[in-house]
Ligand binder design. Structure first.
Ligand code: NDP
Length: 309
């Protein structure tokens, strides 16, 4: 039984070294080196090239090395009927909360506007806003959304969240299901998307949804580019309904140079780095699942193929 690591971001060496340090007895291969394909029972993947997973006849499960699994589920070549696992990790959640809170404070205190003004040597004070001025609404109250919600409450933000099933989180007003979405949106002045990308949520950040937000709302998308209808966002900012957006994820990554988001002064861009799996923190759960698989025990953090997340 061995693990193959399949990813295209230059980080195979880091993951391989971390796995070998944590469990020297496990054989770990890069998909780029010569390796015995029939020995591979676990594929540890991140945005793998399509077609690579069908090369392993004895695969027992596919492990995403991040929280998202949309890129695996969307691959029509994946072996059917084997489980997919994902990462649920404390740093992944706290890093995400820190990122979103940093973005919210930059918005409240006009820091991005001043950065643009600085490049033009413009000295122009602008009224700032404070925590008590805003209600933050989180789409998705899962592993990441719940940690963010708790942190926002600690900072004193009026906080609400929306999920598929109803949640009880101290200090957070919660909504569930499509029937409660409009009530949630009506009071959300800063909207954070932390949904998984599924058939149900693709394109959810669109004009009809934006129209239900109060005028001046700000959008933060840290989930997936596929949640957002780009042209609807630009239209709703340009017509003054939305004040702007902070985006970490895009339909195409890297965001192509000709994309209008780059030049839009009310859109802030970061390069899909809001929160990244920390190998030291995540590797123990990869090893734990490997051992569970060897012992025919149930795996941790298995994705529901029915729900798609
Ligand atoms: P979880 O699966 O733990 O949580 C997903 C949440 O979304 C749950 O609350 C779920 O509801 C809710 N949800 C799913 N579908 C629907 C729907 N149709 N209607 C209403 N609510 C829905 O995911 P995580 O919190 O771990 O991660 C969320 C996403 O964040 C990932 O899928 C990934 O795409 C993104 N991400 C981005 C990163 C970045 O750097 N930008 C880093 C890490 C993750 P319920 O609880 O009822 O099931």
């Amino acid at each position: 039984m061995s693990i193959v690591i399949i990813r295209q971001d230059g980080k195979i060496g880091v993951w391989k070294a971390a796995l070998q340090q944590a469990a020297p007895e496990i054989k770990v291969y890069s998909y780029l080196e010569d390796h015995p394909k029939d020995e591979i029972e676990v594929a540890l993947v991140w945005k793998h090239p399509s077609g690579t997973l069908s090369q392993y006849p004895n695969l027992k499960y596919i492990a995403s090395s991040g929280a998202g699994v949309d890129f695996i589920i969307e691959d029509s070549d994946i072996p059917k009927d084997i489980p997919i696992t994902r990462v649920v990790d404390g740093f992944l959640a706290s890093d995400m909360a820190e990122y979103v809170i940093a973005v919210i404070f930059a918005y409240l205190k006009n820091l991005n506007t001043y950065k643009i003004a600085q490049t033009k040597s413009i000295w122009k004070p602008k009224p700032y806003q404070r925590i008590s001025d805003f209600t933050v609404g989180i789409l998705g109250l899962g592993a990441l959304g719940q940690v963010l919600a708790n942190d926002l409450v600690r900072f004193g933000f009026k906080t609400q969240g929306w999920s598929a099933s109803k949640k009880a989180i101290k200090g957070v007003t919660t909504y569930a299901g499509n029937e409660e979405l409009s009530h949630f949106l009506a009071k959300t002045e800063i909207l954070v998307c932390l949904l998984p990308l599924t058939k149900e949520t693709r394109g959810i950040l669109n004009k009809p949804l934006f129209e239900q937000l109060p005028k001046g709302a700000h959008i933060i998308n840290v989930a997936r580019g596929g949640h957002l209808v780009d042209t609807d966002l630009i239209e709703m900012i340009d017509n003054g309904h939305l004040s702007g957006a902070s985006l970490d994820v895009f339909h195409q990554e890297p965001l192509p140079p000709e994309h209008p988001f780059w030049q839009h002064e009310n859109i802030n861009i970061t390069p899909h780095y809001a929160s990244v799996s920390d190998t030291a923190s995540v590797v123990p759960q990869i090893v734990e699942n490997y051992k569970r698989c060897q012992n025919n025990e149930s795996l941790l953090n298995v994705v529901s193929m029915v729900k798609g997340y």
